[in-house]
Design a protein around this ligand. Sequence first.
Ligand SMILES: CC(C)(COP(=O)(O)OP(=O)(O)OC[C@H]1O[C@@H](n2cnc3c(N)ncnc32)[C@H](O)[C@@H]1OP(=O)(O)O)[C@@H](O)C(=O)NCCC(=O)NCCS
Length: 186
Amino acid sequence: MKIEFTKTVQLVNNQKVSFRYPSINDVNTLRTFINKLSKEDTFIIMSGEIISVREESAYLKKNLKKIAQGDMVILICESAGRIIGSASVERNTQKRKRARHVGSFGISLLPEFRGQGLGKRLMEEALTEAKKRIVGLKMVTLDVFAPNSTAIDLYRKIGFQEVGGIPQGILFHGQYVDLIIMWKAV
Ligand SMILES: CC(C)(COP(=O)(O)OP(=O)(O)OC[C@H]1O[C@@H](n2cnc3c(N)ncnc32)[C@H](O)[C@@H]1OP(=O)(O)O)[C@@H](O)C(=O)NCCC(=O)NCCS
């Protein structure tokens, strides 16, 4: 079954951004995107590591399989042929049958596309899509670094609540900061 999704949004500066699922042809543009974020050393897991074509290709193939199986949703944002954002919800299959109703969420945009309402739109679309495609999904959790107030504000607006955390669980810019866990029923 081919999984389709396309939506185009217009930013305040009239720039058009489209949301869609990734395909195997996106390896290079996705790699450029993730390596840019990694180099920026922002509030994501990657902090300067460079992903090779081979690594990105293996990662994408694995995720395309999860999407086809109904265990994952990824929406990427494309603008003028570039991937500028991505959001995902992935079913927790690591705990076998115990947590198949739980999904984990992640999102990132390139810096020049932030603060214009795109993250909120993308997150809403990804959560709606996840509810549709990931059968039996009942809740979504996410991890966020405590100093990431932009993301925490956004998540609260979407209805996520803080339910816990790991004190000083993350090394960020040379300091240990808290990892916050948020939760929302879907
Ligand atoms: C977090 C992120 C996805 C949010 O997307 P965004 O497009 O910047 O956010 P939006 O413009 O949709 O704004 C949504 C809300 O976030 C908050 N927000 C956005 N920009 C903000 C800023 N500069 N300062 C403080 N809050 C801000 C506001 O609450 C805003 O709601 P409002 O527009 O009603 O005021 C994006 O900033 C990003 O990719 N950041 C870097 C990577 C990252 O932190 N990923 C998340 C890891 S958990």
